[in-house]
Design a protein around this ligand. Structure first.
Ligand code: ZN
Length: 348
């Protein structure tokens, strides 16, 4: 068992991305292209990182991040830095069995010639003494965002990515990152593969790390393809149930989940009892800002299945597509909601 990185009860954090300033990329859009180039882009990303960090700190968020200001897309920005993937040669594939997307092709053995995010992570580390979390894509979500014309095996390619992610994660740890998170929305879709090799690949990606590790599994950003998919899932979303028993036994320290305004039965959290849980208490698919009491309600429900010292209030997913004003409101609501429950816990 790793020592807790924080003494604060119910430390708050975000699942991932935060809105980008309009001078860096088109706001209120996902995967929006950069407005700057070359050196200006590098400086621009780092300035945006400082702004995003400042907004998190001002809202009282306990575990902070770069707000993903340094990437355009949570998967492809990482892949762009690898050898073996051809971004000119694109194919249309169905992402997470849900929507068609034009994706790059794996044309040869994949490798990471140099670190991808380590310089950005060092800049974040220099700006704050708070615990910091850095997100990387998970191996299974990476293979689902590519057309593979080389390995011809999803599993083989996932193992290769796991090795590469492990190299990056070790360098991020050395740069002072406290929590490394792997985004694996694909875990809510490909259940057989998750249990056959998905979780094993994730464990390969965290092999030898001494910092905390997290996996974020969600029902996606609030984009139409995802909200349409959610409508087909019925009144109870039990997808988490498939991967939870194996995840509970895995070496991953923290599991980050979507819990607010979703139809996930809270009692599924019992299946991962013993793990730390980042409980999503902010809906990222609506501009309505939660009240602190709504956040507190979600946390109260989660406390029935998650021990208080293992509960980390969080957002359901990234907030990149929201306006900055709405995102700020939601960060404040998250802090205020967590404060209500802290008071209740200390009074009891
Ligand atoms: Zn997510």
């Amino acid at each position: 068992m790793k020592a807790p990185i924080l003494k604060t009860l119910l430390p708050t954090s975000t699942a991932g991305s935060l809105p980008k300033p309009s001078w860096l990329a088109q706001p209120e859009a996902l995967w929006s292209p950069w407005k700057l180039q070359g050196e200006e882009l590098i400086d621009g990303k780092h300035d945006a990182l400082r702004v995003s960090l400042q907004e998190q700190q001002q809202a009282g968020i306990d575990i902070v991040s770069d707000g993903e200001q340094t990437r355009q897309h949570f998967v492809t920005t990482f892949i762009e830095h690898l050898i073996g993937v051809d971004f000119e040669n694109r194919k249309t594939v169905k992402i997470r069995d849900r929507y068609d997307a034009s994706v790059p092709t794996v044309v040869g053995a994949v490798s990471r010639p140099k670190s991808v995010f380590v310089e950005d992570a060092k800049i974040l580390r220099q700006q704050t003494n708070k615990p910091i979390k850095w997100a990387l894509p998970g191996p299974m979500t990476m293979i689902d965002t590519l057309y593979d014309d080389h390995y011809k095996s999803r599993e083989k390619l996932a193992w290769e990515f796991a090795k590469i992610l492990n190299q990056e994660a070790k360098e991020l740890e050395a740069a002072g990152i406290d929590i490394i998170q792997f985004d694996e929305p694909a875990f809510n879709v490909f259940f057989d593969e998750v249990n056959e090799w998905g979780i094993a690949c994730l464990e390969r990606a965290i092999e030898g790390l001494k910092c905390e590790t997290a996996v974020h599994i969600c029902y996606g950003y609030g984009i139409k393809a995802n909200t349409d998919w959610k409508k087909t899932l019925g009144s109870e979303w039990r997808q988490y149930e498939e991967a939870f028993p194996k995840l509970q036994k895995s070496n991953i320290d923290i599991i980050s989940l979507e819990c607010h305004n979703s139809h996930v039965p809270m009692e599924l959290l019992e299946l991962i009892r013993g793990k730390k849980v980042m409980v999503g208490a902010i809906d990222v698919a609506t501009d309505n800002i939660e009240t602190p009491e709504e956040v507190a309600n979600t946390l109260r429900k989660a406390l029935k299945f998650v021990d208080a010292d293992k509960l980390y209030p969080c957002t359901n997913c990234g907030m990149a597509p929201l306006s900055r004003k709405v995102a700020r409101g939601k960060l404040n609501a998250l802090s205020a909601g967590a404060a209500i429950i802290r008071r209740e816990l200390s009074a009891s």
